[in-house]
Design a protein around this ligand. Structure first.
Ligand code: IPM
Ligand code: MG
Length: 357
């Protein structure tokens, strides 16, 4: 059966980096991959075209697709819109609508780029951690939220943090299953010393762990985890955490890898239908200049083949092609060291296509 991919380029550099991912898809299709794709709108681009950041046309196409490839959404052009119409709402909307609760954000250091991390090479060489972020619960979606007058008559803003047992159970299972395919270690990150939500989270993770005695489980407070990630990052294998902590820690972890321009991500539902996107944003400052690094998006295509299409060998092929172009010395601005020659978005995409053979 032909796998249907919905491509959502999004805003600013989104269409540029997606253009390079499409070159990779075309190459794979010519080589026999049974895939087809269509394009849709999400974020600011969707607001411009259809008046809503996650319009009905995109909802329909997204529900029908086997996988979704997303560029990036948001940017200054949309900052003044009311909150329900902002690009970020489109992103949160599609995650929730498709029940994409498991967000996999691997942070790996490519040998060739170990010097471009802001951390010393010996701390990060060979680093390979997986941040697993719960993506459809927590304070991101908790109700009630909003504005009110407090008991003293002052205006206040408020949000609600909560996690239900099924929500924690399913993300914990994804963590233990993922760890089984790696170094068999899970570190669950919470704020159990302060938050009731975290206390409950920890309790449930410990219960689910009983089904996975072969996997080692540890716990860490989020503030300590933020410190340990820069102090001794290689101590981690799989980090599992809630939505807000995962948002913060995954940005931190991306810097270990040298450039945020290198990191792909997958957001999966219970049946491995997924949305794949680079973890970086829409980079308005370099949009339209052929400067953006398309590698995170291309690696996201790799994750799509691995997780949604069950074709790990295609994913390996893409990863090897990326490694090869790095070995050949191809660098976009974000990963270039002083004095290294810088190539553009399109040239980088062409290099990957050539390396795919
Ligand atoms: C991310 C982003 C989003 C989030 C924003 C754009 C809503 O920071 O994917 O990490 O907070 O989840
Ligand atoms: Mg984020």
């Amino acid at each position: 059966m032909t796998k249907k991919i919905l491509i959502l380029p999004g805003d600013y550099i989104g269409p540029e980096i997606l253009g390079e991912a499409v070159k990779v898809l075309e190459t794979l299709k010519r080589g026999g991959a049974d895939i087809a794709w269509t394009f849709g709108h999400l974020g600011g681009a969707a607001y411009d075209a259809e008046g809503h950041p996650y319009p009905p046309s995109t909802q329909k196409a997204a529900r029908e697709a086997d996988a979704i490839l997303l560029g990036a959404v948001g940017g200054p052009k949309y900052d003044e819109l009311p909150r329900e119409l902002r690009p970020e709402r489109g992103l949160l909307g599609i995650r929730k609508d498709l029940n994409l609760f498991a967000n996999l954000r691997p942070a790996r250091v490519y040998e060739e780029l170990a010097d471009s991390s802001s951390l010393k090479k010996e701390f990060i060489a060979g680093l390979d951690i997986l941040i697993l972020r719960e993506l459809t619960g927590d304070i991101y979606f908790g109700q009630p939220r909003g504005r009110r007058k407090n008991a003293d008559g002052h205006d206040e803003g408020f949000d609600t943090m909560h996690y239900s047992r099924p929500e924690v159970e399913r993300i914990a299972r994804v963590a233990f299953e993922a760890a089984r395919k790696r170094s068999k270690r899970v570190c669950s990150v919470d704020k159990e010393n302060v938050l009731d939500t975290s206390r409950f989270w920890r309790e449930v993770v410990v219960q689910v762990h009983k089904e996975y005695p072969d996997v080692e489980l540890s716990h860490m407070y989020v503030d300590n985890a933020a410190m340990q990630l820069v102090k001794k990052p290689k101590q981690f294998d799989v980090i599992v955490t809630g939505n807000i902590f995962g948002d913060i820690l995954s940005d931190e972890a991306s810097m270990l890898a040298g450039s945020i321009g290198m990191l792909p991500s997958a957001s999966l539902d219970a049946n491995n239908k997924g949305m794949y996107e680079p973890i970086h944003g829409s980079a308005p400052d370099i949009a339209g200049q052929n400067k953006a690094n398309p590698l995170a998006t291309i690696l996201s295509v790799g994750m799509m083949f691995k997780y949604s299409f069950n074709r790990p060998e295609v994913s390996d092929r893409i990863e090897n092609a990326v490694k090869k172009v790095l070995q050949q010395g191809h660098r976009t601005g974000d990963i270039a060291m002083k004095g290294e020659k810088i190539i553009g978005t399109r040239e980088m995409g062409d290099a990957v296509v050539a390396a795919l053979g």
